[in-house]
Design a protein around this ligand. Structure first.
Ligand code: GRE
Ligand code: ZN
Length: 327
């Protein structure tokens, strides 16, 4: 399919590059990976051309500012990343838009930076890489906490999507992974971390307070579509401090938007398609952690959806979600 839009497409700045080394694949490819993730110019655009991706909404690599303990330093790094994206968008307005990087230490500072990015720089929303570490490595903040309600008020008022991206759990909170670092990472632990954070948002009453919020998650839903029926089935028996007014599945289906990033697989795609309104499903690649070719070859060939659905999921749904000036 030509003219696809993708929006879990990462870049790094010098300050965040090293965070990604252990995920870059076998050591021999680090140099190639470094070049790819730093580049917002010709090489990336050529790969997009080759794979039928017309438009990419950029975001900073994970964990990015979420693992910077100091609020001031995190804000500086976020601003630098946001300026870098703004420059790339100014240079290639027909190819790129941007999702803001946000320091989440202080909800008011996060609101202010998001507002600046959306109102002054024309950003389409934000991407936050899971929990924020604040001041000390052990002090982690999830965004269902009451102190973040003022931030969500801003997201709601700006009416932009919030993309919740994976990061790895910190080892002191994850003894269950002892001796199996592979398990804690992108093969499985990323989805555990991001699915739990997503479910916390659903179970916190957040969406009763802010019914306009739109949350994006990747990887065909971080395994939630597969488990969603059982969550609601079990919670009929015991709600155990669940704070939503409605069943969790209602919030998930209403507020969550799901991309194909890094999960190029028909059975999982079918499950997501059967669980979520197809207007809330979107193509994405997850470059450079994944190859654009792998994403596009699978998507272009899959027989799981009709050609008409392919157009929507590959393009027009994203135009609506982000109010893009594309046809
Ligand atoms: C990502 O950002 O999506 C990512 C990583 C590391 C490994 C795999 C992956 O940051 O998809
Ligand atoms: Zn990603």
């Amino acid at each position: 399919m030509k003219n696809k839009i993708a929006f879990e497409e990462h870049f790094a700045i010098e300050e965040t590059l090293e965070q990604t080394r252990s995920f870059a694949g076998d050591s021999g490819v680090w140099d190639d990976f470094t070049r790819e993730i730093l580049d917002l110019g010709n090489e990336r655009l050529e790969q997009m051309d080759k794979t039928g991706i017309e438009f990419a909404i950029l975001s900073l690599n994970a964990p990015g500012v979420q693992r910077i303990l100091n609020a001031g330093e995190a804000m500086n790094v976020a601003k630098k990343a946001n300026e870098r994206m703004a420059e790339a968008v100014a240079k290639h307005p027909g190819r790129y838009a941007a999702l803001a990087a946000l320091p989440m230490h202080d909800p008011d500072a996060a609101s202010k930076e998001l507002t600046r990015c959306v109102r002054e720089l024309g950003f389409k929303g934000c991407m936050v890489n899971g929990f924020q570490q604040v001041d000390s490595a052990e002090n982690v903040k999830y965004y269902d906490l009451p102190e973040y309600r003022s931030f969500w008020a801003t997201v709601s008022e700006l009416d932009v999507p919030f993309y919740l991206h994976p990061r790895m759990q910190i080892s002191s909170r994850a003894p269950i992974y002892d001796g199996h670092p592979w398990l804690m990472s992108s093969p499985w632990g990323f989805a555990v971390e991001t699915s739990i954070h997503s479910l916390r948002l659903c179970g916190s009453g957040l969406f009763d307070d802010y019914p306009k919020l739109r949350i994006c998650i990747g990887h065909l839903g971080e395994n939630i579509p597969f488990g969603l029926w059982r969550i609601d089935a079990r919670m009929k028996f015991s709600r155990r401090a669940y704070r939503g007014k409605r069943p969790l599945g209602d919030y998930f289906r209403q507020h969550f938007h799901i991309t194909t990033s890094g999960n190029f697989n028909d059975p999982a795609f079918r499950c997501t398609l059967e669980t979520i309104d197809n207007d809330k499903i979107y193509f994405s690649a997850d470059y450079p952690f994944e190859r654009m070719e792998d994403a596009a070859d699978w998507y272009d060939a899959t027989k799981v959806i009709s050609e008409e659905q392919k157009r929507k999921i590959g393009r027009t749904n994203a135009i609506k979600l982000f109010k893009l000036a594309l046809k």
